[in-house]
Design a protein around this ligand. Structure first.
Ligand code: AMP
Ligand code: ZN
Length: 458
């Protein structure tokens, strides 16, 4: 079976066929690095990390080029720098590092390329010059604008008609643009703002041109896959398409993918609404990174996902079951096998992570009931291979349960050691009493040739 992906551009689920299977390219719009990302902001990096892993599994690790940028030139960063008196770079470097730590905690692989807007301004200037030269853009006193009327295809991604886009398109400081829907490629420098020299006047780039230029620099268009959150379809991705395609005369990306929103009480999680929780806070509360990752993947990426305590508890319980199965087979050497076809097929079906999770659970069941050595080796190998493709089970199982029991873990360790001692002294009444006491705490002791360990009771 081939990979099927829902393409926002065609509004269909289609077989994914890369232009060159030895060089598969994907770009995902990254964070604006000026504050802490909330857990909703983690949905794109986690979802596209699963796709990155699936593509590498399919085409080979070195065949997949994945770029995810840092937006480090943006109105909000400039405002914060002016208000706080810090240089922009102090803010952006701090939050880029925090973003890397947060995504790393959630098991997100480092993309192949992580370009910064500030390192690609020359490419943006070149693109804008091309657009001015071919009549797609024009310069006025407040900046350079893309002339939406020059592009017959404008609106093809979002499905908006040009006439519908005019209302509300007025932006402060853009009063001399020719048409309300035209958007800024370059903004003339205002006092106190960062500025780059350009043939069309000193200024700074607009957000959309940043991504178009970084795609050119890192991957070259057309790329195979372009991704991001649902809120980026319009205007950001529509405008990326308009700029890149008007400059180059060929498609920017063949497949456009968008994840749905993370919500709280069915309202989009968003800084401006104040209903946010950050991965940092959740990790500090004791939730493990894989629990957050699992919770984010528990619903299909295109559907909305409501973030609740219950969701995290379910994710914790599912992962405990998987880790418990690995722990049961701790003395068994895993067979060197591929992730099972049914699990891979779930991911190939437009990243159906909910079905993939059900398959992982079935693999844990198989590992829990296997009795013959060959079956145990195979079950362990299959579970670990599938989990790796999903980006989970990357911790040591014993450490996992210690973390999962938090402050209680040390006491549990002590009770287990006492039970080992009681058994060694052939004091079976005491050993049974300790086993019952542990069971009452939700702990199952597991004895084997290599000693005793424990897991959460299933
Ligand atoms: P921003 O830093 O606001 O540009 O957002 C970074 C990424 O997070 C973009 O791809 C957004 O589409 C995505 N995003 C923002 N809020 C949410 C949310 N509540 N649920 C899912 N994705 C989101
Ligand atoms: Zn972008």
């Amino acid at each position: 079976m081939t990979i099927q992906l829902t393409n926002t551009l065609t509004r269909r689920k289609e077989p994914f066929v890369p232009a060159d299977p030895s060089r598969v390219t994907m770009y995902v719009c990254g964070p604006t690095v000026y504050n802490y990302a909330h857990i909703g902001n983690m949905r794109p990096p986690v979802v596209f990390d699963v796709l990155f892993r699936l593509l590498r599994h399919t085409y080979g690790e070195s065949a997949v080029l994945y770029a995810r940028n840092y937006t480090d030139i943006d109105d909000r960063i400039i405002k914060l720098a002016l208000e706080s008196g810090q240089p922009m770079s102090a803010i952006t470097e701090k939050f880029a590092k925090i973003y890397d730590e947060d995504t790393g905690a959630l098991g997100v692989l480092t993309p192949t390329h992580q370009p910064r807007a500030t390192e690609n301004v020359d490419g943006m200037i070149k693109l804008i010059e091309t657009l001015i030269a071919n009549g797609s853009a024009y310069k006025v006193s407040t900046g350079v604008y893309f002339a939406v009327g020059s592009d017959e295809d404008y609106g093809k991604l979002s499905g908006r008609a040009q006439e519908d886009m005019q209302a509300g398109a007025r932006v402060e400081g853009e009063d001399d643009k020719r048409h309300p829907s035209d958007f800024a490629l370059w903004k003339t420098t205002l006092p106190g703002e960062p500025s780059w020299d350009a043939p069309f006047g000193a200024g700074r780039p607009g957000w959309h041109i940043e991504c178009s230029a970084m795609i050119d620099a890192e991957l070259g268009s057309p790329i195979d896959i372009h991704g991001g959150g649902l809120d980026l379809i319009f205007p950001h991705h529509e405008n990326e398409i308009a700029q890149s395609e008007s400059a180059h005369g060929h498609p920017l990306a063949r497949v456009w993918m968008h994840n749905g929103f993370l919500t709280m009480d069915t309202t989009k999680m968003s800084k401006s609404l104040g209903n946010v929780i950050t991965p940092r806070e959740l990790l500090e509360q004791g939730w493990q990174g894989e629990v957050l990752r699992w919770a984010l993947l528990s619903t299909h990426y295109r559907a909305p996902l409501d973030w609740t305590e219950e969701l995290m508890k379910q994710a914790q319980a599912s992962l405990d079951r998987l880790y418990g199965a690995v722990l049961r087979l701790r003395d068994v050497e895993a067979a060197d096998v591929e992730a099972p076809a049914a699990f891979v097929a779930a991911l190939q079906d437009d990243l159906n992570t909910a079905v993939a999770i059900a398959e992982l659970s079935a693999l844990a069941t198989a590992a829990n009931i296997a009795k013959k050595p060959a079956d145990m080796a195979k079950a362990k190998g299959e579970l670990l291979a599938a989990a790796k493709l999903f980006g989970v089970l990357q911790n040591d199982p014993e450490q996992w349960f210690r973390a999962s029991f938090g402050e209680q873990a040390a006491e549990i360790d002590k009770l287990v050691a006492e039970r080992v001692a009681a058994r060694a002294a052939k004091n079976y009444a005491e050993s049974d009493r300790l086993r019952d006491e542990l069971a009452a705490r939700g702990v199952e002791v597991m004895d084997s040739a290599s000693g005793s360990t424990w897991r959460r009771k299933g």
